[in-house]
Design a protein around this ligand. Structure first.
Ligand SMILES: O=P(O)(O)OC[C@H]1O[C@H](O)[C@H](O)[C@@H](O)[C@@H]1O
Length: 547
């Protein structure tokens, strides 16, 4: 896009709190929203469940237990239109550089487009070319995945990667564990704490291990430290950098990265690449998903892509008022900026989805945890809530106490499967009953003269219902969350696709690491200097008495 057009595109946007709809929402909140009672709304409207439920591909959503009515949704939709949500969505589709701080397009949806058409009939040449590149890489990666699955010599696949290069694949592989290949194990290593890799290496043999070094940049410190430790271990146990040796590094180490040169410098000759228009936390659909394809096979990986593509079509084509990512994203704005709710609990009633909250923490909080708008100007309103959770029913016996009776209102997202997995299927109805009961208890509450037994009720929740957990429904669910994050980020006027907030800590860590060895505390703040001295003293000592 020419520079001038870009500027127009950026400057035409109206910040959400400067729109008439925002003012109207404030008035609506004061008039009825603040004291809205979901129980009363159900009593007044027998059709409420139907009106506030939404079909989307592979996901059905019941939004009826939320503190919204038709007027709220209408005003939120006005807000979306006045903030230019549809134009933003179109800009993403057209490959415009909506990641403005890095001047990058955001095209992860292209990774799951079937052929043809590549990028759509009206695709710009750059998108059509990107689509061709995607399919070439996908085919190479999938045939490699299937060849690994057929290789009886390989028993262990170790994927080393952190953040977006670890959370998505490990969550998806966990979710699809019923479909793992017998006789092969897929492990994930992220932490620079040597305990993670060290304890794994003790159980492995180099000749039967394949290492996947997953890093978009191939520079991330933790991943590089672990990759080098794995390489040292491999070479110390009979491996060789000679490609003609019996145990060549080039056959047992593969890279998943945009930085082919750095991977080559490491000694890797096979790299499955991707592109700068794929953000790390949106990358499980790319070569970063190779561990998924190895774990469940190429066919199932394509089902994952197909599920996500179905959700993409819904997001890009459904009218805003019947568009599930839009409705959820708008609800997030309503709760965060008008009700002031500061967190949202993810409660998947599915053991397979036990890593979903960890994955969503990065997706949502790294995308939308920003304090400035797309021009870098400070925002006067709150953005991303804290996203957290644990699978049900475990959470019920841990923190649900607070959700039922605590002083904070925490909207809960129940994820429920109509059909359970293959193991102990007779327990599934108990699991589902618990999810429904929690949502019911949160909404209905219970009056009691005894304060300890009183439940105030009117506590909001959403139910996302999947037929069953498989690659297709998982793909759709994850794409739903991706688009929802786009919707709320777009309305907040922030760049959801950069992550400058992680840089400072990285720089300070590289400054401190040599100081831990040298003891040089010069120029450090008092707390860091004190801890550095204590860490180097070799023993826990009481604090010095104050003068
Ligand atoms: O894939 P990599 O380049 O190794 O990056 C891994 C992760 O680290 C960074 O610090 C970012 O916070 C993440 O967005 C990214 O996913």
């Amino acid at each position: 896009m020419p520079a001038l057009e870009q500027d127009i595109f950026r400057d035409q946007r109206t910040r959400c709190d400067h729109t008439p709809a925002w003012v109207a929402l404030q008035a609506h909140f004061e008039a009825t929203g603040r004291h809205f009672d979901v129980r009363g709304a159900f009593a007044a409207d027998p059709a409420r469940y139907r009106a506030f439920s939404q079909e989307a591909p592979h996901v059905f959503a019941d939004l009826s237990r939320n503190r919204i009515d038709h007027a709220t949704e209408a005003l939120l939709l006005d807000l979306a239109r006045q903030c230019g949500l549809e134009q933003q969505r179109q800009a993403m589709w057209m490959g415009e550089p909506i990641n403005t701080t890095e001047q990058r397009a955001v095209l992860h949806h292209l990774l799951r487009q079937p052929v043809p058409p590549l990028g759509g009939a009206d695709a710009a040449p750059f998108i059509a070319q990107a689509g061709r590149d995607v399919h070439r890489t996908l085919q190479a990666m999938l045939s490699y995945a299937d060849s690994v699955r057929q290789d009886a010599r390989i028993t262990d696949i170790v994927s080393i990667g952190i953040g977006g290069s670890g959370l998505g694949p490990s969550m998806a592989v966990t979710a699809l564990e019923e479909h793992w290949q017998a006789g092969q194990r897929v492990h994930f290593v992220s932490n620079v704490d040597g305990m993670e890799l060290g304890s794994l290496l003790r159980r492995l043999r180099p000749e039967s291990t394949l290492f996947l070094i997953a890093s978009k940049t191939f520079t991330t410190a933790e991943t590089m430290v672990n990759a080098h430790a794995a390489r040292d271990w491999f070479l110390a146990h009979g491996g060789s950098t000679d490609t003609n040796a019996d145990l060549p590094l080039a056959r047992h180490f593969v890279a998943l990265s945009t930085n082919v040169d750095a991977a080559r410098g490491f000694g890797i000759t096979t790299t499955f690449g991707f592109w700068d228009w794929v953000g790390g936390r949106f990358s499980l659909w790319s070569a970063i998903g190779l561990p998924i394809a190895i774990a469940v096979g190429s066919k199932m990986f394509q089902q994952l892509l197909a599920g996500a593509h179905a959700m993409d079509e819904h997001f890009y084509t459904a009218p805003l008022e019947h568009n599930l990512p839009v409705r959820l994203g708008l609800l997030d704005i309503w709760y965060r900026n008008f009700h002031g709710f500061s967190s949202r609990c993810i409660a998947p009633y599915s053991h397979g989805l036990r890593r979903l909250s960890a994955y969503l923490q990065q997706l949502e909080m790294e995308s939308n945890g920003k304090g400035v708008d797309w021009r870098g100007q400070a925002l006067p309103y709150a953005t991303s809530p804290v996203v957290w959770g644990e699978p049900g029913t475990n959470g019920q016996h841990a923190f649900f106490q607070m959700i039922h009776q605590g002083k904070d209102i925490i909207p809960v997202e129940f994820i429920v499967l109509r059909q359970g997995g293959r193991d102990l299927p007779e327990q599934h109805s108990r699991l589902v009953a618990n999810a429904l009961a929690q949502a019911q208890a949160l909404m209905l509450g219970r009056d009691s003269a005894c304060g300890h037994r009183h439940f105030s009720g009117n506590r909001p929740s959403t139910v996302l219902l999947l037929e069953r957990l498989n690659a297709t429904s998982l793909g759709a669910l994850l794409a739903l969350y991706e688009h929802r994050v786009f919707v709320s980020g777009s309305l907040w006027g922030i760049n959801s696709f950069d992550q400058w907030g992680v840089e400072l800590g990285k720089q300070l860590a590289s400054n401190l690491e040599p100081r831990l060895a040298s003891g040089d505390a010069q120029g450090l703040d008092g707390a860091t200097a004190g801890l550095l001295r204590r860490l180097r003293s070799g023993q826990q000592q009481p604090c010095e008495p104050l003068p």
